[in-house]
Design a protein around this ligand. Structure first.
Ligand SMILES: [Zn+2]
Ligand SMILES: [Zn+2]
Length: 255
């Protein structure tokens, strides 16, 4: 289906993966918009719900947990300006080698309305190996070793925590898609179709579709104008043969 027809036939109801200036390192802002700007953009696009989900604290651009009360204040202020949209606070936790497999401890889950999790290049040897192996030619044996480690870490993170969305699985690091899909099925974790990254791609989505999982489309917006972006992701989902009813934040426009 072409992009124009997708726009006429389907709409996105909520975006549960957006970044703000709280994803930053020193004076460099990885996310470009404020909480209010992301909310205003979501409201202008007719979304019913939007979430602010900055990077987990171990990321290069990670959120500082001490900023959470300030973000909550900004969400409350935005809610006064835009009372018809529901605003939530989440986090995109990093999947790392900690006891619970994340850079957000079990105790810190209560700071957020929900927690998403994904792979990123945090500064450690494991992720530097992933970065090199993913971008440059590398022996199959190394690739397979990393694939096993990455998959095990995702399984640990999803089975040991209540994760809402597995963000961009297969991006930035090799994984065993079948094992990850089965784990999403067993843990009721939503599989993200990400508007910003190349994975999961069509072939990978076909594998996920073979398991009893639900999908969610996320903009992964790092600037307000990208909030609510869904049309190309919807096209990808359809080309992978995914029934639109399985995408939890997409509704058909009647009439
Ligand atoms: Zn991410
Ligand atoms: Zn993100």
């Amino acid at each position: 289906m072409d992009l124009e027809n997708i726009k006429k036939k389907f709409r996105i109801t909520g975006d549960y993966h957006t970044h703000t200036i709280y994803s930053r390192v020193g004076p460099y802002f990885h996310g470009k918009g404020t909480v209010l700007e992301n909310v205003a953009a979501a409201f202008a696009k007719g979304l019913k719900e939007v979430a602010i989900t900055d990077h987990g604290p171990s990321d290069f651009y990670g959120l500082s947990l001490k900023n959470v009360p300030q973000i909550r204040k900004e969400i409350a202020a935005a809610a006064k300006r835009f009372p018809r949209i529901r605003i939530m606070l989440g986090v995109e936790a990093d999947i790392v080698d900690t006891p619970n497999g994340l850079d957000v401890s079990e105790a810190d889950f209560k700071l957020f309305d929900f927690v998403n999790a994904g792979y990123h290049y945090v500064p450690n040897c494991h992720m530097i190996s992933n970065w090199l192996a993913f971008r440059f030619p590398c022996p199959d044996s190394v690739k397979e070793r990393l694939r096993k480690q990455n998959t095990d870490r995702i399984v640990r993170a999803l089975t040991g925590n209540n994760i809402r969305i597995l963000t961009h699985p297969g991006d930035k690091a090799y994984i065993d898609t079948h094992t990850v899909a089965r784990t999403c099925e067993e843990t009721d974790t939503l599989v993200e179709i990400n508007a910003r990254h190349r994975h999961p791609n069509c072939e990978e989505l076909k594998i996920y579709a073979g398991y009893d999982v639900k999908f969610i489309i996320s903009s992964d917006a790092h600037r307000p104008e990208k909030v609510g972006r869904y049309v190309k992701s919807m096209q990808l989902a359809l080309s992978a043969g995914i029934d639109p009813d399985r995408i939890v934040n997409i509704e058909e426009i009647s009439g």
